[in-house]
Design a protein around this ligand. Structure first.
Ligand code: NAD
Length: 331
């Protein structure tokens, strides 16, 4: 029996987390879920949206599966998601975007990996109001974090037999910060002569990605560009409902979908559970439960290809739980 932290989150988080639990257990993996709640609802009881016991649970168990958590826009508390990644030093955000047959999309055979730096850049949250009509924010890029994420991207590319790493910046404008990120990625690239290395500006990348995603393989980006581009790559494969992710540190990892808490859909039991279940697949591979991971991937692919018991965004009318049950039945 393995202890794993489950942070259900809020919005659609609770529904999709239940669905993921059902599917992972149906694959025969014995897990003792350590439930840890975070988000706005914790403020009243514990005085913070990210209670210390949530961090302690992940530190103890080393592995967590997480649903999305709402962040108030323009006001209110800072992102729980960003704080969690920073406090646990989960420096690498891995977001694969791979076509699943049967999902409607303009593109076929997309197979991209987004590697996003997860701890600095504009997400440092250092902002100030200069006067009532002027505000500023600080973008922090360090050599240490840039080299670390570059090393992660190249090592991942090597382990997964990927051919190319593309470093993405806006170094023509942000000459010092993005320039430093490029300097670091170039230095690490020299250690991996077997992997092709190229550089591109983020605006040009957007244009090229929507024209032909097959031009790219592993994308290496600072925090903000990585956040934005990974929603774009999710769009290339048919939407956020099927895009998984992982936040990886030295000896801990938190697995969560790319999508947010979709507050308008909360409680309606109609959100697509695929993204969090596929995040669970990444988690099972990480803990070397490869057989169970492969079984779940196959079952999801079959259910989606058949197209009968899928949620609204995939053209069906199944509820979150009905889709999860259809996947579990195949296991
Ligand atoms: P969102 O990802 O919640 O929703 C964007 C669109 O995708 C919406 O139309 C939504 O209905 C759809 N969608 C998302 N998940 C889906 C699913 N599983 N099935 C079907 N459709 C799905 O993005 P948003 O509306 O910009 O953000 C909502 C909240 O989520 C914000 O508070 C934001 O800060 C937060 N957020 C949290 C995380 C996280 O917890 N890691 C990530 C992104 C956004």
């Amino acid at each position: 029996m393995r202890n794993i932290t489950l942070i259900p989150g809020d919005g659609i988080g609770r529904e999709i987390s239940e669905a993921a639990k059902l599917v992972i257990e149906a694959a025969g993996v014995k897990i003792n879920w350590d439930i840890a709640n975070a988000g706005a609802e914790c403020i009243e009881a514990k005085g913070t949206p990210l209670p210390e016991d949530v961090l302690d649970s992940v530190r103890k168990n080393k592995i967590a599966l997480k649903g999305p958590i709402t962040t108030p826009i323009g006001t209110g508390f800072r992102s729980v998601n960003v704080s969690l990644r920073k406090k646990l030093n989960l420096f690498a955000n891995l977001r694969p975007a791979k076509t699943i047959k049967g999902v409607k999309s303009r593109y076929e055979d997309v197979d991209l990996i987004v590697v996003r730096e997860n701890t600095e850049d504009l997400y440092a949250g250092i902002e100030r109001q200069i006067d009532k009509d002027t505000a500023e924010t600080i973008k922090i890029i360090t050599r240490k974090a840039s080299e670390k994420i570059s090393e992660f991207a190249f090592q991942y590319a090597k382990n997964e037999n990927r051919k190319k790493v593309t470093a993405v910046t806006k170094a023509n404008i942000c000459k010092l910060t993005d320039g430093l990120f490029l300097e670091a990625s170039k230095k690490i690239a020299e250690k991996y002569p077997e992997i092709e290395y190229e550089e591109i500006l983020v605006d040009n990348l957007c244009m090229k990605l929507v024209r032909d995603p097959s031009l790219f393989d592993v994308l290496l980006l600072p925090n903000l560009y990585g956040d934005i581009i990974s929603d774009l790559t999710a769009g290339l494969i048919g939407g956020l409902g099927i895009a998984p992710g992982a936040n990886i540190g030295e000896n801990m990892a938190v697995f969560e979908p790319v999508h947010g808490s979709a507050p308008k859909m909360a409680g309606a039991n109609k959100a697509n559970p695929t993204a969090i279940i596929l995040s669970g697949v990444l988690m099972l591979k990480h803990i070397k439960e490869t057989k169970a991971a492969d079984k779940i991937y196959k079952a999801i692919s079959e259910v989606i290809k058949e197209g009968k018991e899928v949620t609204y965004d995939l053209g069906g009318n199944a509820t979150t739980m009905q889709m999860a049950e259809a996947i579990a039945k195949r296991l």
